[in-house]
Design a protein around this ligand. Structure first.
Ligand code: GLA
Length: 672
C-alpha cells in the first residue's frame, strides 16, 4: 500500500529536504510524486539540463526508504519556451490566447510543444530509468484540466488531419455530419475549422467529432511520453492522473494505454452527500482498469483553496474518504501535497504537513492514517462481488451535452443520481459501456443511452436474450454514432426487446412534474414524460397525474430468457430508488448490508467487508454474515462519526492467521 503525496522540494531550501524525509517516515510515507511542475528547474534553457538538485532529492528520499513516482514535468512549460515559441499557446473558441502565468498553457497539438516535451521527458527518463528509488512514472498532470479544448490554428490543422484519417474523403464527412443542413457542405478538408465561436448553434456531429478529436489528440501526448520513457529503458509502471468522470477525455480509451490507473479526487467536505460521487469515481477507476491496479493519486489532507468557501474536512473524514478507495482495491492513498506551499496560488491549499506544523489535527490524522493503512490486507473485488453494471461512456456525455435537444439533460449528473440510488441500497456496481461484455451481470442499467451504435445495441439485445435484466431509462437509442436519427425514428434497435414504441419525448417545463405509482407508493417524474405505446410490454406503472395521465410510465417485457424494463420519465431520487429496488428484487440482487443506514457505506470485496460511516453521528451496523475483526467474531459494528472498520470472513482470517501482515486491523472505530 503506497502512502504519500506530491513533493515539490524546489519550493524550499535544500537544508529542509532531509528534515522532510524524516517527517515523511514519521507519517508512514513510502512514496512521493516528484517533479510535477519542475520543468523550469530541470531545463533552465533549451538544450540545457540541471539534474543536480533532483539527483540530491531522490538520493535523500532513497536513503530514507521512500520511493519515487517520478513526474515528466511537462505540465507547465517554462517562460523561456513560451517566450521563444508563443505559437504553442492554446486558444479559446473566441480566439482568446491563454497566456503563460499559470500552468497548462500549451496546445496539445502544437508541434513545438511536442518536440520540447519529448526532449524533456527523454532526458529525465534516460537519467532515472534505472534509479532504484523510482518505482513509477507520472506523465504530465491532469491533462485537460484547465484547457479541455483548444481552438488554435495548431488544433485546426490537427483536426483536419484527424478527420481525413477518420473519413477518407470529404464526401463521407459531409454525409456523416449532414452538412446539407444550413449549407455547410465542404469541398475540401482545409475548409473545416474547430467549432470556434459562431453566430448560432453549431453542427452537432461536428461538435461531437471535435470532442473525440480533442480526447485523441491529448492522448497522443500521453502515448508519446510513455513511449519515450519505455524507449529510455524504464520498466516501472507508467500512469497519469485522471479526474473522475472528467468531461473532456474518454478515459475508457485512455485507460488502455496505462499500466496503472490514477485518480485525483476532491469531494466537498461541506456537502454531506459528496462521498457518493467519490464512491462513483472510485468504482469508475476500478472499472476503467478492468483488473489493472489503480491508485488514489491526489486528495486533500484538509481544505482546498479553489472553492468560493473551502470548508475543512471533519475529524476523521479524510480517512473515511481514503478507505472508500482502499476498499475498492486502490494500491495507494496519496495527497496533493506533502508540504504546504509558502508562495503561489495554492498556498492556502492544505497539505499533509501544514504551515502550522506537526502540532495540528491535519498532521495527526495524516500520521494516524499512515499507521492504519500499513498493516491492512490487500483488498480486491473478486468477479462474483458485483452483480450490477451501470453504463457510462464519453460519446454519450458529449452527445447529450450538445445543444438543441427537447430538454436540457446533464448526462453525468443523471448517471451519478442513478448511482446514488443504487449506492444507498448498498448494492455494488461496476461501471461499463453498452459495448462491453455484460454477461457477468444480473442487472444492467442504461440511464441515458441517447447515442447507441449498432454493435452496442446488438450487445444489449443479446444480453437480455441470454437472461439478463436490462433497465433502460428515457431518451435512449435516439441517434447513431454521428448524432443522426436512423430510419424509423427512435428506439429503432431496442424497441422490440423493450416491447414498446416511443412516439414523443414530452419535455416537461421545470415547474411541471408527473407522478407514477409503483409497488404501493407514489413517485415523481421530472424533466420529461415520454409518450410510449405498448408493443408487447406489460405496464408496471402508469402516469397518474398531468398531461400523460394513464399512459405507461414503467414497463417490462420478456425477451428470450431475460427481461427488459423501460422507464419513460426521469424520476426524482426517491423514484430512482423505487425503480431500481423493483428491478433488483425481480433479478434477485440484494445489497451488501441490508438495513444499514444509507450514509454508511458497505463494500464487500473478496472475503472482506469494509463499512464506512460518512456522517457526523454514531451508527451501529448489524452484520448479516459471520465476520471477524482482530480474529474475534463480530456481529455488530459501532461506528463513530466518520469511523470505519475492516472485517473479514472467518475463512480469510484462518488463511491469513499465520501472516501478521494479512490480519485485518481494527481500524479507526470501535468494533464489536
Ligand atoms: C490537482 C492538481 C494539483 C493541485 C490540486 C489542487 O490535484 O493535480 O497540482 O493543483 O489539484 O487541489
Amino acid at each position: 500500500m503506497y502512502y504519500g503525496g506530491d513533493y515539490n522540494p524546489e519550493q524550499w531550501p535544500s537544508e529542509l529536504w532531509p528534515r522532510d524525509a524524516e517527517l515523511m517516515r514519521a507519517a508512514g510515507v513510502n512514496l512521493v510524486s516528484l517533479g510535477m511542475f519542475s520543468w523550469s528547474r530541470i531545463q533552465p534553457a533549451e538544450g540545457e539540463f540541471d539534474f543536480g538538485w533532483l539527483d540530491e532529492v531522490i538520493g535523500i528520499l532513497h536513503d530514507h526508504g521512500i520511493a519515487v513516482n517520478l513526474a515528466t514535468a511537462t505540465a507547465s512549460p517554462p517562460p523561456w519556451a513560451t517566450h521563444h515559441y508563443p505559437d504553442m499557446l492554446p486558444q479559446l473558441a473566441d480566439g482568446t490566447v491563454l497566456w503563460p502565468g499559470s500552468r497548462q498553457h500549451f496546445a496539445a497539438t502544437s508541434p513545438v510543444y511536442r518536440r520540447l516535451a519529448l526532449e524533456l521527458v527523454t532526458a529525465v527518463a534516460e537519467r532515472y530509468a534505472g534509479h532504484p528509488a523510482v518505482v513509477m512514472w507520472h506523465v504530465n498532470n491532469e491533462y485537460g484540466c484547465h484547457v479541455p479544448y483548444d481552438y488554435s490554428d495548431n488544433a485546426r490543422d490537427a483536426f483536419q488531419g484527424w478527420l481525413r484519417r477518420r473519413y477518407g474523403d470529404v464526401g463521407t464527412l459531409n454525409t456523416a455530419w449532414g452538412t446539407d443542413f444550413w449549407s455547410q457542405r465542404y469541398t475540401a478538408f482545409e475548409q473545416v475549422l474547430p467549432p470556434r465561436s459562431a453566430p448560432y448553434s453549431q453542427n452537432p456531429a461536428a461538435l461531437l467529432d471535435f470532442r473525440r478529436f480533442t480526447s485523441d489528440a491529448t492522448l497522443e501526448l500521453l502515448v508519446m511520453e510513455r513511449d519515450a520513457i519505455r524507449g529510455a529503458g524504464a520498466a516501472q509502471p507508467i500512469t497519469t492522473n485522471f479526474m473522475g468522470p472528467f468531461h473532456a477525455l474518454d478515459y475508457w480509451r485512455w485507460a488502455d494505454e496505462l499500466d496503472l490507473i490514477a485518480d485525483d479526487s476532491y469531494p466537498d467536505p461541506a456537502d454531506p452527500q459528496s462521498f457518493r460521487r467519490a464512491a462513483f469515481t472510485r468504482d469508475l477507476m476500478r472499472s476503467l482498469g478492468g483488473g489493472k491496479p489503480w491508485i488514489l493519486m491526489e486528495q486533500a489532507a484538509n481544505a482546498v483553496n479553489w472553492r468560493p468557501a473551502n470548508a475543512p474536512k471533519a475529524p476523521g473524514q479524510m480517512a473515511a474518504l481514503s478507505m472508500q478507495a482502499v476498499a475498492r482495491g486502490a494500491s495507494g492513498v496519496m495527497f496533493f501535497q506533502w508540504r504546504q506551499s509558502r508562495s503561489g496560488s495554492e498556498k492556502f491549499h492544505s497539505a499533509m504537513l501544514p504551515h502550522a506544523g506537526t502540532e495540528t489535527r491535519t498532521w495527526r490524522e495524516v500520521v494516524r492514517l499512515g499507521a492504519e493503512l500499513s498493516p491492512l490486507p490487500e483488498i480486491a473485488m473478486s468477479p462474483g462481488d458485483v452483480k450490477v453494471a451501470l453504463l457510462f461512456d464519453w460519446d454519450n456525455l458529449w452527445a447529450v451535452s450538445n445543444p438543441d435537444h427537447p430538454v436540457e439533460l446533464d448526462y453525468t449528473d443523471i448517471v451519478l443520481r442513478w448511482y446514488a440510488a443504487i449506492h444507498r441500497q448498498h448494492v455494488q456496481v461496476d461501471i461499463r459501456t453498452a459495448g462491453h461484455d455484460l454477461s457477468a451481470y444480473d442487472v444492467v442499467i442504461a440511464p441515458l443511452q441517447y447515442l447507441l451504435p449498432a454493435a452496442a445495441g446488438t450487445n444489449l439485445i443479446d444480453y437480455v436474450r441470454r437472461g439478463g435484466h436490462l433497465l433502460v431509462a428515457g431518451f435512449t437509442d435516439i441517434v447513431d454514432e454521428h448524432d443522426a436519427f436512423r430510419d424509423g425514428g427512435f428506439l429503432t434497435q431496442l424497441g422490440p426487446t423493450l416491447g414498446i414504441r416511443l412516439e414523443d419525448f414530452g419535455a416537461l417545463p421545470e415547474c411541471d412534474g408527473v407522478s407514477f405509482r409503483l409497488d404501493g407508493a407514489d413517485h415523481t417524474g421530472t424533466t420529461y414524460a415520454e409518450e410510449i405505446q405498448l408493443a408487447g410490454a406489460t405496464p408496471l406503472a402508469r402516469f397518474s397525474t398531468g398531461r400523460p395521465s394513464d399512459q405507461p410510465a414503467f414497463t417490462s417485457h420478456r425477451a428470450g430468457a431475460g427481461v427488459a424494463y423501460y422507464l419513460a420519465t426521469l424520476p426524482d431520487d426517491d423514484g430512482m430508488r423505487a425503480v431500481t429496488r423493483h428491478v433488483f428484487a425481480r433479478a434477485g440482487v440484494t445489497g451488501v448490508l441490508p438495513g444499514a443506514h444509507p450514509d454508511v457505506e458497505a463494500i464487500r470485496a473478496g472475503g472482506y467487508l469494509v463499512v464506512i460511516n460518512h456522517t457526523d453521528r454514531h451508527h451501529a451496523v448489524t452484520l448479516d454474515r459471520h465476520y471477524v475483526s482482530d480474529n474475534a467474531p463480530v456481529t455488530e459494528v459501532e461506528l463513530p462519526p466518520f469511523g470505519y472498520a475492516v472485517l473479514c470472513r472467518p475463512s480469510e482470517a484462518a488463511t491469513n492467521a499465520s501472516d501478521r501482515q494479512h490480519v485485518p486491523a481494527r481500524a479507526h472505530g470501535s468494533v464489536g
